[in-house]
Design a protein. Structure first.
Length: 206
């Protein structure tokens, strides 16, 4: 499917719709209205319909959307119809936990290699994953055609490692380091700062 110019926030919502459709399929639901799908995704029906208009007429008036067809469409759009190879930089406690998480493959992503300044650390041997030195990163990325990386390194080296990833052709980074990374146009970074998320929740329980 040709890549469409879709706003970043809309792309995020597509993932919400896809997750909701997966739950509906698991419950053997074949069709769903825009109102029901929007409610299951936590958005307004008007927003859902607007987001889906990027892909033409996907629903049938009075009947709603085919759960199977819409799921397949969104999976193609999101690029998860086949396993996407991912490299993980930083095999510390967080990195090791991410390797052990089995949900990535279920959603179309495969961590194919881990990289660390200390690849011989004992806890890496039990991960069932190639853990290589940073000096092997270039050849590995080129041979595997990897475009996506997960960054789980200390904040002090996060930008330096990011610069190297960009130079090697990485186009998207999931960043767990608590810092804002500077990247050129054409490279996308999604930040996951657990402390900020907890601070946000703390506001609502005061």
């Amino acid at each position: 499917m040709p890549k469409l110019e879709i706003p970043r926030k809309a792309v995020y919502r597509l993932s919400l719709y896809y997750r909701a459709l997966q739950r509906l399929a698991a419950n053997e639901v074949e069709t769903v209205s825009s109102a029901a799908l929007a409610k299951a995704s936590g958005v307004k029906p008007t927003q859902l319909r607007k987001d889906l208009t990027y892909f033409g007429q996907l629903g049938t008036r009075g009947l709603g959307y085919s759960v199977l067809h819409l799921s397949q469409t969104l999976r193609d759009v999101l690029g998860t119809a086949r396993l996407q190879p991912v490299v993980l930089i930083g095999i510390g406690h967080l990195g090791s936990a991410l390797v052990r998480y089995r949900g990535f493959e279920k959603e179309g992503f495969e961590i194919v290699g881990g990289f660390d300044v200390d690849p011989d650390r004992d806890r890496a041997s039990a991960l069932g994953l190639p853990v290589l030195p940073m000096t092997a990163l270039n050849d590995f990325i080129q041979e595997r055609g990897v475009k996506l990386a997960i960054l789980a390194v200390p904040v002090t080296v996060a930008q330096e490692v990011t610069n190297e990833l960009v130079e090697l052709g990485i186009q998207a980074i999931l960043n767990f380091a608590p810092t804002i990374l500077q990247v050129p146009d054409g490279v996308v970074v999604n930040n996951v700062d657990l402390a900020i998320e907890l601070e946000n929740l703390s506001y609502f329980i005061r």
